[in-house]
Design a protein around this ligand. Sequence first.
Ligand code: LLP
Length: 441
Amino acid sequence: MDHFQYSNGRLHAEDVAVEDIAAVVGTPVYVYSTATLERHYTTFAAAMDGLDATICYAVKANTNIAVIRTLADLGAGADVVSGGELRAALSAGVPAGRIVFSGVGKTPDEMAAALTAGVMQINVESEPELDVLANVARSLNVRAPIAIRINPDVDAHTHAKITTGRSENKFGIEWTAAHQVYARAGAMPDIDVVGIAAHIGSQLTDLEPFGEAFHRLRDLVAMLRADGHNIRTLDLGGGLGIPYGNEEAPIPSPAAYADVIRSTVGDLGCRLILEPGRLLVGNAGALVTRVVYVKEGATRTFVIVDAAMNDLLRPTLYSAYHEIVPAKEAPADAETRQVDIVGPICETGDTFGTGRPLPPVAAGDLLIMRTAGAYGAVMASTYNMRPLVAEVLVKGEAFAVVADRIPVETLLARQHLPKWQGETAGSVSTEPANGPLAKAK
Ligand code: LLP
């Protein structure tokens, strides 16, 4: 359930017509609904009732600080995977003590930033990373609280590009190596082993793989405790799927997911860390775009819009489905016809939907791509030298731009001609005076 509904024939985000936002901010623009964010967070938190659970929002799904703040105000912590995400979470007001730092390639600088901030836990994904972290902790004179991410080798039954818990994936250490790696970590004076972490994939629409993975974690907790480790936290990752509107079967509810947690790891006496991303923000966002042309092709009709794969990559990258509706409500008896909704980028993959039934639309009309709050704006780029997409947050009757559109002037301003090509006004060569390229002049 979300708060993007028609009212008086116009699609609204809460009490604001998206048409009004587009008129002020322009298109394409991401629009987020505070009420939907709040609803998803409170539903998820209520499902975990009775469990010692800390909800660390996976900010990679939507790193806008206003979105993070909305969730932090409700008590959410954060799961971050880069120094940049750590800064965003801290800037948004998430207390460091509620931040988990995950990721396969943390650099020493990122580790130092996390340790200095005082994050709750760093999830270590390999032995080389463990060694580097121990060195960084020693240099800062702190003990690094860690969990080791275990790859439980279960099939998450999701898109190949977002499955993470198979032995062939790059994430975590094989669960069969846990005994030995924990023994090493446990012997390191600069490392404080606090828990175990796992994350098996994203957009899971089936609870069984969660059950399988959590059972494996349960066994590991018992084994590692028997080895003498004081395992206090169990990070179960994120991954619960959401409805995009094209599913054949219903998506499991947070309550059903919580039941799996209760029945597998609920009684271990561990503080549970949950890292939902998509579930909290996916349905809380939409991408608003304007029709540029309607083009009658030889065999198909193309609705060409001003958003493109650089603004919303999911359809191109994962063949993902996003429901697309007009901002103006069509009469119930309106005839629809099958159209392809495409962006202006010079790639056939720049397609948002094929054979979609739409009521008649014309140049200038607005279309809304729903369920784009997760992995939408965060994966946007400026490919084809297109401005970076703007973002707006709505709350009741109010809306605010929470991320500016980055105009082409700014994109051009960061590019420079080297000296040997002749500097243009405003461009500064970054070549050092006596640098290795000096001879090229
Ligand atoms: N925790 C870890 C360690 C993760 O790697 C992820 C997502 C999450 C939590 C949050 O998962 P969620 O609850 O959002 O499923 N760009 C892709 C999704 C990539 C997910 C990566 N990791 C997409 O657009 O579908």
